[in-house]
Design a protein around this ligand. Sequence first.
Ligand code: 5AD
Ligand code: FES
Length: 385
Amino acid sequence: MGFIFIEKLSQRAIGFVYLRGVKNVKDIVLQDTFSKEDLVALLQAEGNDRQLLFEAAYERKIQTIGNKVFFRGLVEFSNICSKDCLYCGIRKSNEKVVRYEASDEEILAACRFAWENRFGSVVLQSGELSSPAFVNRVDRLLRSIKQLSNNELGITLSCGEQSRETYRRWFESGAHRYLLRIESSSPELYAKIHPNNPQHSFEKRLECLRVLKNCGYQAGTGVMIGLPFQTMEQLADDLLFLKKIDVDMVGMGPYIEHEDTPLYAFRNQLKSKQERFDLALKMVAALRLLMPDINIAAATALQAIDPAGREKALKIGANVIMPNLTPCDFRKEYQLYEDKPCLDEDADLCRNCLEARIELAGGEIGYGEWGDSRHFFKRNGIPSD
Ligand code: 5AD
Ligand code: FES
């Protein structure tokens, strides 16, 4: 008798666990808050469930921020870097890279192109340096870009970790957004993909993100997806991290191995490129559900795997795209990873092909608009429309 009772109880317990375990993707996508388990379930969705996730994310985007897609003209103005991240093709120790620094004229010409073509804003990206000469140069460029565009071009910087004073100075000179990817929110995984020294400290990266917000920037961060050693749980934690630090914008894409980097030794442990691509799409979709009003970029690395990768991301939740405006001669030297796209397309061609493809993906381009993240206004109590 007692035995039967216990058996009944444990059947019920198993039933309960079982029911919890198979919480349907169909139900999860309707929620407003998500547990780690929910997010893992979304990242593992296959077949019909995967489709449900993508549709729900697109729907959430349209309902919250509409179908506008904003351009950020990307200018990779220098590949000189003082750091040695184990995954990055332009790391300091890679002697095969020809180092370049675009001239002020070249950088300003690219920005003028962006302004004349009503891109709304530009992203100035480079390797990480912190010499006074570098800091001053960026400062000067910011002022010149504001001047040449009648104060109209929005400027995002992506120049790595800097001191509070530098961030503040650049903000005062006209930068209003800053991208600094956390790469992985797991300190353990961060330590595996960076050299073990104070120049590559996880804590410092976190502190920089705090300082950036504090200085008044719209802060953007993101992670790489499909890294060696990375688990689904860590990716779900990455999503929760983005929510917790309350970012305004996110750029995240698949990790792509580069043969001249130390992490290449672990290429046998990687998921296939197609799987990493698919996982990156699921991350974007899950993030759109988790943070409906932020800006999410369709990462260029998606396009390195699938020529229509960025448009696919727009279809499932992304709303920002970064056409490459780096002068063509320099592009092959800014290979963070293999198969980086658009190596020989000039900016005009890039724009035309993008325009057509975005329209095909149901998007409308927000020409001449800064396209700031609604989330940023909301967290600062400013009405956005
Ligand atoms: N694969 C994918 N993304 C990479 N990045 C750097 N190296 C790689 C790689 N091998 C990304 C990092 C960095 C951004 C500028 O490019 O996330 O923050
Ligand atoms: Fe340049 Fe990582 S290698 S910042």
